[in-house]
Design a protein around this ligand. Structure first.
Ligand SMILES: [Zn+2]
Ligand SMILES: [Zn+2]
Length: 182
């Protein structure tokens, strides 16, 4: 039997709520019973898990997309370059709406990239469904590559514009017969 979400992977059990087969990545254990990720997501959003229960202790497995109560796998890493470099753009792609605090004048611009770098992995994991930790890492790696690429491109562009501007000033001063001031 193969996983309902991953036809190429062997199933290790079936969800007690919807009966679909689950692989280790899709399997979520809640109160000792096996569920699939989407059924637990529905239970969490429907609040049948009461606030008095420490959900982070009870739910194990692929807990992505289950909100702030869900535990976050350790192996996600500590630093999120995509959030640091692309802030709100990354936030849209990862359902992390906190990233829009970057638009708070001055403070947002200085503080939010650091917050997103440190909390980005946790928030992104909790706010949307990921197939697995590997899937999460793969997507975040793409964000890193884009973030670095865009940052480098913008830096080069600004440098060229600055040099062109300086060149024009020097040229202009020479035309008017004045020596540049340096
Ligand atoms: Zn299910
Ligand atoms: Zn699966």
């Amino acid at each position: 039997m193969y996983c309902y979400h991953h036809p190429d992977r062997d199933a290790v059990g079936a969800c007690v709520a919807c009966n679909e087969a689950v692989c280790p990545e899709c399997k979520v254990e809640y109160e000792g019973r096996v569920y699939c990720n989407s059924c637990v997501q529905r239970m969490v959003s429907g609040d049948s898990i009461t606030a008095s229960q420490p959900a982070t202790v009870l739910i194990t497995g692929n807990t992505s997309g289950m909100g702030s109560k869900a535990s976050v796998p350790r192996e996600l890493g500590e630093w999120n370059w995509g959030g640091f470099l692309l802030t709100w753009v990354w936030g849209i792609g990862n359902n992390v709406w906190w990233s829009f605090l970057v638009f708070i004048p001055y403070l947002g611009f200085m503080v939010m990239p650091w917050v997103l770098a440190f909390k980005g992995n946790q928030w992104a994991w909790q706010s949307r469904r990921w197939d697995s930790v590997e899937h999460f890492k793969r997507v975040q790696h793409t964000w890193t590559v884009w973030g670095l690429g865009i940052t480098i491109a913008v830096t080069i562009l600004l440098t060229i514009m600055l040099l062109l501007g300086l060149g024009l000033i020097v040229w202009g001063l020479q035309q008017s017969g004045t020596q540049p001031f340096w």
